[in-house]
Design a binder for this molecule. Structure first.
Ligand code: CA
Length: 309
């Protein structure tokens, strides 16, 4: 969220007072509770941190074999996604908007090459959310380590590998200092959205023009933040290669295992009606958008890059 945009658009009549982690509350679940209880008016976070509160929150960040950023935005704004976000939020007294996206996240950093699904047996790997649960199905020992502790855990051998975000953020985290094996493409977060969650009573107390300003600023943040990642990831990947990092891709057998494990994890939540309804809406959105996007833009981009080099 770009609070500055809200302040500028409202000509100073609506100001967002940003609190850093730990200033008001500490820890991600506490952030959710603070907004639900009215201690804070609004959070800006990845909603998949709240799958413990409801598994359907995962769809508004990313789920394994879910939507890329184009599909997510298409679904959210044009295929009923935002309405489902609002419906889910009603259970908790929240009004929500997408407000950021990292784009596709990398497969992650490993201390050995992954040549078959069996290589995940006993592998101690850091991956949050439903993707982590899927890796557990492959026999990995999935660790939920807070972001600030991941570097040390990897350096000390507490974990054998970790996913993080993408080259730009991963370079800043310094994982290349520990291992040079980086899988660039992952199944677990194909386009991770960030969201605003606003206390519904507070939202309803706002003037309509202030509500509109927040909605517009959230949309701007969604576009701006994705561009920010894209603008930095390519150059960061080149620098990582210069630092001796080997860029790898999982083979088809490993991808197939990711697919089977991810489907199994999604099935485990299907007895929840809100999860099932959102899952079916997401799958329909993927099919609908891909029917044109993959054949037109996907094919164009790969041909253009081949010809222009
Ligand atoms: Ca991640």
């Amino acid at each position: 969220m770009r609070a500055k945009s809200v302040n500028e658009m409202s000509q100073g009549t609506l100001e967002i007072d940003i609190k850093a982690q730990g200033e008001l509350v500490s820890g991600l679940p506490a952030v959710f509770d603070a907004v639900v209880s009215g201690q804070a008016d609004m959070y800006h976070a990845a909603d998949y941190y709240y799958v413990g509160q409801h598994p359907a929150f995962g769809f508004f960040t990313a789920v394994p074999f879910g939507m890329n950023v184009v599909e997510l935005n298409t679904w959210y704004y044009h295929q009923g996604g935002h309405e489902l976000h609002l419906e889910l939020g009603e259970e908790f007294g929240l009004v929500s908007f997408l407000a950021g996206n990292t784009g596709a996240q990398g497969g992650g950093w490993f201390n050995k090459k992954i040549n078959s699904p069996e290589d995940f047996q006993g592998l101690k790997f850091r991956m949050p959310g439903l993707g982590g649960a899927a890796l557990g199905k492959l026999g990995a020992s999935v660790q939920a380590i807070p972001g600030s502790e991941v570097y040390q855990a990897l350096a000390s051998g507490t974990i054998d590998g970790t996913e993080w975000i993408g080259p730009w953020a991963d370079e800043k985290a310094g994982f290349y200092e520990i291992t040079k094996l980086y899988y660039s493409s992952g199944f677990h977060e194909p386009g991770s959205g960030l969201a605003l969650g606003i206390n519904a009573d507070r939202w309803n107390s706002l003037k309509p023009e202030h509500q509109k300003i927040i909605e517009v600023a959230a949309g701007e943040a969604n576009l701006w933040n994705h561009g920010q990642y894209l603008a930095n990831n390519g150059e960061a990947l080149k620098r990582l290669v210069d630092k001796g990092v080997e860029i790898l891709e999982f083979n088809d057998a490993v991808w197939n295992a990711f697919g089977e494990a991810s489907n199994a994890i999604m099935e485990e939540h299907m007895d929840d009606p809100m999860f099932k309804k959102t899952f079916e809406s997401v799958r329909a959105g993927i099919k609908s958008t891909s029917a044109w996007w993959s054949v037109a833009e996907g094919a164009y981009t790969s041909q253009r890059n081949r010809i222009l080099g």
